[in-house]
Design a protein around this ligand. Structure first.
Ligand SMILES: [Zn+2]
Length: 191
């Protein structure tokens, strides 16, 4: 099962905001007519560039809206910073609340587990930040956002050491491998 455990991120700049995240919106699913109660279906969900309409990303899904066991199961592959591909497959719980005139309103249950605690918040939107692995609610990623700012401070401190000292530190294990790599100049391997 996914969603659990890791919230380690390979942030590349410190200006990542919610706007730059990929957003999975329950309102979009509703608009596409997918959220009819008591059905089971599979398909592909795509994001398109607003201007060119080119597909920018997609995921496979299984959507179950049957009472008592509603979920949106997602499948996707992410190429991580090390170039390796990782497959993800996990269920995002769905909940309903009563609406006017006997209809229901659908929500996601945030699937993220941070520091051993499941979030479980009822939300309309889930976010995948750049460098992220799982879809999660804004609250979960605000926490991560703050810790990434701390991480950038450490990277900037490393930069002041210079490339040779950083490489040596990675070798000896004194410097965290990922933070060390991030602190190296982009063209270090071509020198
Ligand atoms: Zn959350």
């Amino acid at each position: 099962m996914g969603g659990s455990g890791s919230t380690r991120w390979a942030w590349h700049t410190k200006k990542e905001t919610v706007n730059e995240c990929r957003i999975l919106s329950i309102f979009d699913l509703k608009r596409e007519g997918l959220l009819e109660q008591g059905t089971w279906q599979r398909g592909t969900w795509s994001w398109r560039d607003a201007l060119t309409q080119k597909r920018t990303a997609s995921l496979g899904y299984e959507l179950n809206t049957q009472y008592g066991n509603a979920y949106f199961r997602v499948y996707y592959t992410i190429t991580r910073w090390d170039g390796r591909k990782h497959d993800y497959d996990y269920k995002i719980g769905l909940q309903t609340t009563a609406c006017n005139f006997g209809s229901v309103r659908w929500w996601f249950t945030c699937p993220l587990v941070t520091n051993g605690r499941s979030c479980g918040r009822r939300v309309g939107k889930l976010y995948m930040p750049p460098g992220g692995q799982y879809y999660g609610c804004r609250h979960c990623y605000d926490l991560t956002y703050r810790s990434s700012q701390e991480n950038d401070k450490r990277v900037n401190a490393l930069k002041r050491l210079g490339p040779m000292a950083i490489l040596e530190g990675i070798n000896t294990g004194d410097i965290d491998f990922i933070q060390g790599l991030k602190a190296l100049p982009d063209d270090i391997w071509r020198r």
